[in-house]
Design a protein around this ligand. Sequence first.
Ligand code: FMN
Length: 258
Amino acid sequence: MSEYSNYVLETMLNHKSIRSYSDRSPSDETVETVVRAGQQAPFVSQLYSVLLTRKGSLPFGAPLLFTICVDIHKLEKVMEEREWQLETNEISILLFGIEDAALMAENMVIAGESMGLGSCFLGEAPYYAEKIVENYDLPEKVFPLVQLAMGYPDEDKPTRPRYPLDFVLFEEEYPDLDDDRLYRAMEKMDEGYMNQDYYEENDAKIPLQGNQEDEHTYESYGWTEHISRKWGQWHKDPAEILEQFKKCGFDVCPEEEQ
Ligand SMILES: Cc1cc2nc3c(=O)[nH]c(=O)nc-3n(C[C@H](O)[C@H](O)[C@H](O)COP(=O)(O)O)c2cc1C
């Protein structure tokens, strides 16, 4: 056990994504506090904007839906005022923008949790960026990175497991990930998710593509099977995401056109 115990650590170590919300609406002050705390994350160049909607039927019945965007448009405006032009290649600026936006987003999660709010990220925004551009009238060079549903929780779940520390923290040298270390890591993750019927409750089993017979019921479907199915089947062709980048004004593969 760590000798440290404080409210910040407690909040962070108690984090869990929330997928059911009460009807209570967070006040403007609450929303602004969350976003202000998000802003105070370390940044490369504040390459983000946060879109908010409170209207309509939002994911998980949440009262708030934030869309955290990589925003290079604002950078260009500032540079223009200083009579400069952006010359950095688009992959590099996108990478730094993703870092800025991701750190900001996670700060919002922690700030929210410290104020009694819960949240859940939604990762598919990049794949329907075009639609978000249309809905919010986004200028070029603004890319919707991730969405964050937020509100007051209407569920109280246990925390979800993480890899053991010896599968994450490597001092001085990356170790040989021998079978023992690997199996312990996989078992911790699978048991942790299966013990709380996570995939069954969220009806989140990823179907096998093609005519493969599925040998897994929810009894044996754990986290490692889930991520294997995800990254062994999804988004094989980069064309789909490159198209969305293009719709947002980012040409990440300029040599393709020559
Ligand atoms: C970038 C990102 C995208 C995510 N997308 C989704 C999503 O589309 N749907 C969902 O239910 N959860 C989503 N999650 C939440 C993860 O499933 C969750 O964080 C993970 O299972 C760990 O659980 P915990 O947050 O409760 O600890 C996403 C998380 C991240 C960081």
